[in-house]
Design a binder for this molecule. Sequence first.
Ligand SMILES: Nc1nc2c(ncn2[C@@H]2O[C@H](COP(=O)(O)OP(=O)(O)OP(=O)(O)O)[C@@H](O)[C@H]2O)c(=O)[nH]1
Ligand SMILES: [Mg+2]
Length: 517
Amino acid sequence: MIRTSRPPSVHSTTTDSGDPFSAILRPPASESERDKLTRIQREADAKRISDSIDEEIRADEKRYRKNKQDVKLLLLGQAESGKSTLQKQFQLIYNPNSLDEERHSWRVVIFYNIVRPVLRILEALDLYGENDDDDDAGTERTARTANSAFAQSSPSPSPSVDQRLSSLRDRLTPLASIESALAERLSGGIAVSGSGKGSVFVRSGWQARTFGISFGKARERTSSVKGRFSFTGQRSALENAPEGGREDVQENPNYSTTELPETERDQLVENAAEMLSSCKYDVRELWEHPVVKRLRENRRLRLEEWAEYFLSNIDRVSSQDYIPTIDDILHARIQTMGVAEHIFEVPLHGRMVTWHLFDVGGARGQRHTWVPYFDDTTAIIFLAPVSAFDQYLSEDPKTNRVDDSLQLFKQICSNQLLKKAHLVLFLNKLDILATKLTRGIKVKKYITSYGERPNDVDAVVGYFKAHFTQVHTRNNESQRVLYTHLTSVVDTKAMQSIISNVRDSIFRDYLKSAALV
Ligand SMILES: Nc1nc2c(ncn2[C@@H]2O[C@H](COP(=O)(O)OP(=O)(O)OP(=O)(O)O)[C@@H](O)[C@H]2O)c(=O)[nH]1
Ligand SMILES: [Mg+2]
């Protein structure tokens, strides 16, 4: 303990109250009545401002104390690993009506998810025609160049491509105009380099933007709490919307996604629906054409899982009155840009705990946006798509995607800011892995260290799991436990029990650390 003494006073200015300031603040003896009134008014204004600042500070402190008790969950992993799909599964459990309310707004994404692969099939036919061999050694070439100058500079269509395919191509090529219009709509005109495969990035709030345009004056939906709003309880969504986002979204409690007045329908999406509906038989014929089947089998043409899903369901999804199902939404693909925060209230022993779920963009160019969210993180779910053993990053075509996942996982495990976070690993896309192995795709061809191990799901998953576990063990300064789950995050039934398991394990750590505070 230290003692302090009063400094010696230079002049004796001590007043009656012993406070030197009161002399300064005391009104002059000559103050007129008018000056007095002005002074009193000025003092009252100053007090009001000071009180409101005090009030704000008290509210901030309260919010801060409450936020300290909230759960912050980060979903991390490379692009296409399934983060946004997992977020939708959380939404289904903890805010079940909100995904249902969004159904209509997903049409624009799904139409894009159909049109884009149709055009890629046409590009592949231009490249290979029927002159493909049965070797998939050149498959990476397709993935890397289907969208590139190579496609344009390659010889014109093989003369042997049959007449039927030529006429299908003539009829389906006009879809290109719809593709660019839909991409423009989704990305809000933002082009992001390295997005690859002609995919589009969306920032949080894309629904607000497309929805605002789509349906005129829509409304804030899910929450009455200020700042906690939007279609999923997604904070910052509209706050971040650059132009018109927030203003376009206004209260309309009678809104129903399935009963839109004709005047409020989005003309672009309606045109896309009409165009797809009018060419759906052509799309189906193209998709089922033996030449296209062969290109897929010999892997000259590789389409992503969402393309296969929607093209296999083309009759249903291109019907005029199509409204996406929850399963369709789970399969829809749109790249996340930046970080989107989703807020859920999760029950714990009869009370509600607020969970902030952060869904990040996983492409390499997006990863720098993660770091500001690392502080105070309660838990991380890292998603590693094990089906991607035969794929390469679209942003860096030399890097195998499983290898990239391992490198990224190492960075997350060893990050000092995250060392106290509860760590969960999802080895994801098991369903796609199983399909690939059944089709006879050999892991050792892409991961040479796999050697002569059996090419079945158990052995492959065991091999990858061992590698991820080893990365964790070697970078586990704080001796934390790694909780691993084998997942297909599109599988709603299985995800219900996996998510409740993850929730319980996060809450166990949460209660332990709360007890220590
Ligand atoms: N069949 C299947 N599809 C999956 C699975 N996980 C994700 N997908 C699909 O893979 C695509 C990509 O998933 P997203 O959730 O958008 O990936 P992301 O990690 O959010 O990607 P970024 O936003 O680019 O970082 C979507 O079309 C999903 O439906 C899975 O386990 N099985
Ligand atoms: Mg995403």
